[in-house]
Ligand binder design. Structure first.
Ligand SMILES: C[S@@+](CC[C@H](N)C(=O)[O-])C[C@H]1O[C@@H](n2cnc3c(N)ncnc32)[C@H](O)[C@@H]1O
Length: 347
């Protein structure tokens, strides 16, 4: 059963955190709070079951619960969401703010910590989740008398096709259904479906996901890993932004306006880059890599390797191309979202 009182000091810690250390400390407190409710040691049952959706894989309940441990991700999303809600209350002074959280997992991690700081009379929350096990868990968890004043509905549905009721304005969409480089999970398909349903002055969280192409030495890149002291390879946020290779181009931005709702009709080529000419000399940066930068909302951002979802990905080796050979990058979501290289003359 969800209890709101123990969340109050955690919410304060989160909203007041202003350094990487204080953000990590707040995330650890939140993780402890959730762990009281959930034993993550279960194996070989539905806790570990992944589902295939139209636009990618819905990770298991166990993995979704673990997302809280992606510490800067968790804290910055929560802070960004809080700021966005305050902004919407100003933008829509006479409305109840309708919030749709798609892919909420078992804890609705990115919004439940804020409940003690949100007025139940100003917001309505729809929690959407495709995994029935997570839905069952969150239904029980949130059936708490502490939440009786809040208008929260829980829906078991696919966010790539779900329609929010037409007779209500949709003010805020929150979705974090992604891996780094937008591979594997259905963030793009979910965004394509939900961004178009937002009110004209509504807000999408994350505000923007920017993918860029670089040649790099992938093994030397900052990369956040499990089981290592977190951030041990980035001394500070600004150091984390430093790339070892050279940025070649911006590939695309995924945001409220550039939401791919039209191009997604061709899942084998949702995005095709322009042609690039392979360099003749590349020994210091032999890998074709993709970087992910996320603007969650306003100043809340995630740069290179400050979270698992902004780790770099390596798509190809320049050693597998001839010097000056033309190639392009193709993003498809036919089975699961993936990047591959097409070489000119061989496709
Ligand atoms: C990366 S986890 C995030 C969990 C939690 N929201 C958080 O941020 O910590 C993504 C969640 O989205 C759910 N999901 C993935 N695809 C979905 C879809 N098409 N429709 C609804 N939920 C989906 C997964 O089952 C999983 O619970």
């Amino acid at each position: 059963m969800f209890f709101i009182n123990p969340l109050k000091p955690i919410c304060k810690l989160i909203l007041e955190s202003s350094t990487v250390d204080s953000e990590c400390a707040a995330a650890d407190e939140l993780n402890l709070y959730f762990k009281n409710y959930f034993t993550l040691s279960s194996t070989g049952n539905d806790f570990n079951k992944e589902l295939m959706t139209k636009g990618g894989i819905a990770i298991s309940m166990k993995e979704a619960a673990f997302c809280v441990e992606d510490r800067l991700r968790t804290i910055r999303f929560i802070k960004g969401i809080y700021t966005a809600i305050q902004e919407l209350i100003i933008r829509f002074p006479n409305d109840n703010i309708n919030i749709l959280y798609a892919g909420c997992g078992p804890f609705a991690t990115l919004i439940t910590p804020l409940l003690p700081y949100l007025s139940p009379h100003k917001i309505s929350i729809t929690l959407l989740e495709i995994n029935p096990i997570s839905v069952e868990f969150i239904q029980q968890w949130m059936g708490s008398p502490d939440l009786k004043d809040y208008n929260i509905s829980i829906i078991n549905a696919d966010a790539t096709t779900y329609r929010f009721p037409d007779d209500q304005p949709l003010h805020l969409v929150i979705t974090e259904t992604m891996f780094n480089g937008l591979v594997r999970e259905p963030q793009l398909a979910v965004t394509a479906n939900l961004a178009t349903q937002l009110h004209k002055y509504g807000i999408l969280i994350p505000e923007s996901i920017n993918l860029s192409l670089a040649y790099s030495s992938f093994g030397n890149e900052p990369y956040l890993k499990h089981d290592l002291p977190i951030y041990n390879n980035i001394e500070s946020e600004s150091a984390g932004q430093k790339k070892y290779g050279i940025t070649i181009d911006e590939l695309f931005k995924l945001n409220k306006d550039n939401n791919f709702s039209e191009s997604i009709t061709n899942p084998t080529e949702v995005f095709v880059s322009k042609w690039y000419e392979a360099p003749e000399s590349f020994t210091d940066y032999p890998d074709v890599c993709i970087y992910t930068d996320i603007t969650i909302f306003k100043e809340q951002r995630l740069g290179l390797a400050s979270s698992y979802i902004t780790n770099p990905i390596c798509v190809h080796s320049l050693y597998n191309l001839f010097p000056k050979q033309y190639f392009r990058l193709v993003y498809s979501i036919t089975n699961e979202p993936i990047w591959h290289i097409e070489k000119k003359g061989s496709c």
